[in-house]
Design a protein. Structure first.
Length: 156
Protein backbone atom coordinates (compact mmCIF):
# COMPACT_ATOMS: atom_id res chain seq x y z
CA UNK A 1 0.00 0.00 0.00
CA UNK A 2 3.00 2.32 -0.05
CA UNK A 3 4.23 4.47 -2.86
CA UNK A 4 5.79 7.86 -3.28
CA UNK A 5 4.57 10.66 -5.48
CA UNK A 6 6.79 13.51 -6.51
CA UNK A 7 5.62 17.05 -6.98
CA UNK A 8 7.58 20.05 -8.14
CA UNK A 9 8.22 22.93 -5.78
CA UNK A 10 9.54 26.32 -6.77
CA UNK A 11 12.22 27.56 -4.38
CA UNK A 12 13.42 31.15 -4.43
CA UNK A 13 17.16 31.59 -4.75
CA UNK A 14 17.77 35.05 -3.26
CA UNK A 15 21.44 35.31 -4.30
CA UNK A 16 20.79 34.79 -7.99
CA UNK A 17 17.20 36.07 -7.85
CA UNK A 18 15.86 33.24 -9.93
CA UNK A 19 13.54 30.33 -9.30
CA UNK A 20 15.02 26.87 -9.04
CA UNK A 21 12.88 23.74 -9.40
CA UNK A 22 13.47 21.07 -6.82
CA UNK A 23 11.83 17.65 -6.50
CA UNK A 24 10.09 17.09 -3.20
CA UNK A 25 8.95 13.55 -2.42
CA UNK A 26 5.59 13.18 -0.73
CA UNK A 27 5.45 9.80 0.97
CA UNK A 28 1.75 8.93 0.80
CA UNK A 29 0.39 5.51 -0.15
CA UNK A 30 -1.39 5.62 -3.52
CA UNK A 31 -4.73 4.63 -1.95
CA UNK A 32 -4.47 7.26 0.81
CA UNK A 33 -6.32 10.58 0.65
CA UNK A 34 -5.08 12.32 3.80
CA UNK A 35 -2.43 12.14 6.48
CA UNK A 36 -1.49 14.06 9.60
CA UNK A 37 1.81 13.50 11.34
CA UNK A 38 3.02 15.07 14.55
CA UNK A 39 6.74 14.86 15.22
CA UNK A 40 8.95 14.83 18.30
CA UNK A 41 10.26 17.74 20.31
CA UNK A 42 12.66 17.81 23.28
CA UNK A 43 9.70 17.43 25.65
CA UNK A 44 6.49 15.41 25.72
CA UNK A 45 4.96 16.25 22.36
CA UNK A 46 2.58 13.64 20.93
CA UNK A 47 4.23 11.61 18.17
CA UNK A 48 1.94 9.87 15.70
CA UNK A 49 0.92 9.37 12.09
CA UNK A 50 -2.74 9.06 11.09
CA UNK A 51 -3.48 8.01 7.49
CA UNK A 52 -6.91 8.04 5.83
CA UNK A 53 -7.57 5.76 2.83
CA UNK A 54 -10.11 6.10 -0.01
CA UNK A 55 -12.20 3.20 1.32
CA UNK A 56 -12.57 4.83 4.76
CA UNK A 57 -9.89 2.76 6.48
CA UNK A 58 -7.88 4.85 8.91
CA UNK A 59 -4.53 3.71 10.32
CA UNK A 60 -3.16 5.37 13.44
CA UNK A 61 0.48 4.73 14.37
CA UNK A 62 0.78 6.15 17.86
CA UNK A 63 4.41 6.26 18.89
CA UNK A 64 4.81 8.29 22.09
CA UNK A 65 3.14 10.79 24.43
CA UNK A 66 -0.34 9.71 23.35
CA UNK A 67 -3.17 7.95 25.25
CA UNK A 68 -2.33 4.54 23.77
CA UNK A 69 0.80 3.54 21.91
CA UNK A 70 0.78 1.10 19.01
CA UNK A 71 -0.88 0.65 15.64
CA UNK A 72 -4.64 1.00 15.46
CA UNK A 73 -7.26 0.78 12.74
CA UNK A 74 -10.71 2.30 12.40
CA UNK A 75 -13.33 2.73 9.72
CA UNK A 76 -14.66 6.17 8.84
CA UNK A 77 -17.42 7.23 6.51
CA UNK A 78 -16.35 8.82 3.25
CA UNK A 79 -18.39 11.85 4.39
CA UNK A 80 -15.76 12.45 7.08
CA UNK A 81 -13.10 12.91 4.43
CA UNK A 82 -15.46 15.17 2.44
CA UNK A 83 -15.76 17.37 5.57
CA UNK A 84 -11.97 17.50 5.85
CA UNK A 85 -11.60 18.34 2.17
CA UNK A 86 -14.26 21.06 2.45
CA UNK A 87 -12.40 22.58 5.41
CA UNK A 88 -9.14 22.43 3.41
CA UNK A 89 -10.81 24.29 0.55
CA UNK A 90 -12.30 26.87 2.96
CA UNK A 91 -8.87 27.81 4.34
CA UNK A 92 -7.17 27.77 0.93
CA UNK A 93 -5.01 24.78 1.92
CA UNK A 94 -3.83 24.08 -1.63
CA UNK A 95 -2.51 27.65 -2.02
CA UNK A 96 -0.68 27.83 1.33
CA UNK A 97 3.11 27.58 1.48
CA UNK A 98 4.60 24.08 1.67
CA UNK A 99 6.83 24.94 4.64
CA UNK A 100 6.55 27.12 7.74
CA UNK A 101 9.83 26.90 9.64
CA UNK A 102 12.87 28.73 11.02
CA UNK A 103 16.45 27.52 11.28
CA UNK A 104 16.89 29.51 14.49
CA UNK A 105 14.22 27.59 16.40
CA UNK A 106 15.12 24.04 17.39
CA UNK A 107 12.72 22.69 20.05
CA UNK A 108 9.41 22.67 18.24
CA UNK A 109 7.50 19.71 16.83
CA UNK A 110 6.28 19.72 13.25
CA UNK A 111 2.78 18.98 12.11
CA UNK A 112 2.80 17.58 8.59
CA UNK A 113 -0.49 17.39 6.73
CA UNK A 114 -1.02 15.83 3.34
CA UNK A 115 -4.26 16.06 1.36
CA UNK A 116 -5.13 14.48 -1.98
CA UNK A 117 -8.10 15.91 -3.85
CA UNK A 118 -9.19 14.92 -7.33
CA UNK A 119 -7.00 17.68 -8.77
CA UNK A 120 -4.16 18.16 -6.28
CA UNK A 121 -1.71 16.51 -3.92
CA UNK A 122 -0.39 18.89 -1.28
CA UNK A 123 1.80 18.50 1.78
CA UNK A 124 2.48 21.23 4.34
CA UNK A 125 5.15 21.09 7.04
CA UNK A 126 4.15 23.45 9.84
CA UNK A 127 6.83 23.83 12.49
CA UNK A 128 7.13 27.55 13.13
CA UNK A 129 4.76 30.46 12.61
CA UNK A 130 2.33 28.85 10.21
CA UNK A 131 -0.94 30.73 9.76
CA UNK A 132 -3.60 30.36 12.44
CA UNK A 133 -6.03 28.93 9.88
CA UNK A 134 -3.56 26.08 9.25
CA UNK A 135 -3.29 25.32 12.99
CA UNK A 136 -7.10 25.34 13.16
CA UNK A 137 -7.22 22.93 10.21
CA UNK A 138 -4.74 20.58 11.94
CA UNK A 139 -6.90 20.58 15.09
CA UNK A 140 -10.00 19.96 12.97
CA UNK A 141 -8.27 17.00 11.27
CA UNK A 142 -7.47 15.52 14.69
CA UNK A 143 -10.99 16.13 16.02
CA UNK A 144 -12.58 14.34 13.05
CA UNK A 145 -10.45 11.21 13.20
CA UNK A 146 -8.94 10.73 16.66
CA UNK A 147 -12.42 10.24 18.13
CA UNK A 148 -13.08 7.12 16.03
CA UNK A 149 -13.47 3.68 17.58
CA UNK A 150 -10.01 2.10 17.24
CA UNK A 151 -9.02 -1.53 17.27
CA UNK A 152 -5.42 -2.45 17.95
CA UNK A 153 -3.57 -4.07 15.07
CA UNK A 154 -1.19 -6.97 15.39
CA UNK A 155 2.17 -5.62 14.21
CA UNK A 156 3.96 -8.98 14.02
Amino acid sequence: MSSEETVEEVVENTQEEQSVKKKVAIDLPSEAVARIQRTACFGRCPIYVLTVYKDGTVIYNAEKWVDKEGTFQAKASTELFQKLLKKAEEIGYFSLDDLYDSDGVTDLPSTITTIRSEEDLKQIVNRYQGPEKLADFEQYFDSLYLSLEWSEQDTE
